[in-house]
Design a protein. Structure first.
Length: 158
C-alpha cells in the first residue's frame, strides 16, 4: 500500500503542476522537482536498508521542490494577475493542510504501528511508526513552501 500512496502522490503532484503552469510556473517547476528528488532520496535511503527509504524519499522531494522552485523564480514569468496567484496560493494551502490531516491515517494503514522490518520500520526498532510524524511534518513544510512559491512566482509585467 505504501507504493500506492507514492503513486497517488506523484499523480497529484503532476496534476497540480499542470494546473499551476500559467498562474505560478515557479511552483510548477518546484513540484516537478519533487518527483526525481523523491525517487533519488528513496534509492539513497534504501541503500542503507529499507527502514530509511520513506524518510529519505520525503527529504529528497523537499530538496527537489526547493531547488527547482528557486530556479523557477529566477527563470519563469507568471501570466496571471496577483489576485489569481493569491487565490491559488490559498487553494494550495487549504488543500495541503486537508491532505496533511489524512496522510498520517493512510501511512499508518499502509504500515502497521508495530512493524519491525521492511520499509515501515524505523532502524529495526519498534517505535510505533516513528518515521510517520517527521514525514507528515516535512509534508506540511512542503505545503507551506509550495504556497510561498505560488505567491512568489514573478510576473515581470506588473
Amino acid at each position: 500500500m505504501l507504493g500506492g500512496i507514492a503513486a497517488v502522490a506523484t499523480i497529484c503532484a503532476l496534476l497540480v503542476a499542470f494546473a499551476l503552469r500559467w498562474i505560478a510556473p515557479a511552483a510548477s517547476l518546484g513540484l516537478l522537482g519533487t518527483i526525481p528528488g523523491g525517487v533519488a532520496g528513496f534509492f539513497v535511503g534504501a541503500s542503507d536498508g529499507p527502514a530509511f527509504a520513506p524518510a529519505a524519499a520525503i527529504v529528497g522531494a523537499t530538496i527537489g521542490l526547493i531547488l527547482l522552485g528557486c530556479v523557477g523564480i529566477v527563470v519563469t514569468d507568471s501570466r496571471a494577475p496577483r489576485s489569481a496567484r493569491r487565490r491559488s496560493a490559498l487553494a494550495v494551502l487549504i488543500g495541503g493542510i486537508l491532505t496533511a490531516g489524512v496522510l498520517p491515517h493512510l501511512l499508518i494503514s499502509a504500515c502497521p504501528l508495530y512493524a519491525t522490518r521492511g520499509y515501515c520500520s524505523y532502524q529495526g526498532a519498534d517505535l510505533l511508526g516513528g518515521w510517520v510524524t517527521p514525514f507528515v511534518i516535512l509534508y506540511v513544510f512542503d505545503v507551506m513552501t509550495l504556497t510561498a512559491l505560488v505567491l512568489a512566482s514573478p510576473s515581470w509585467g506588473e
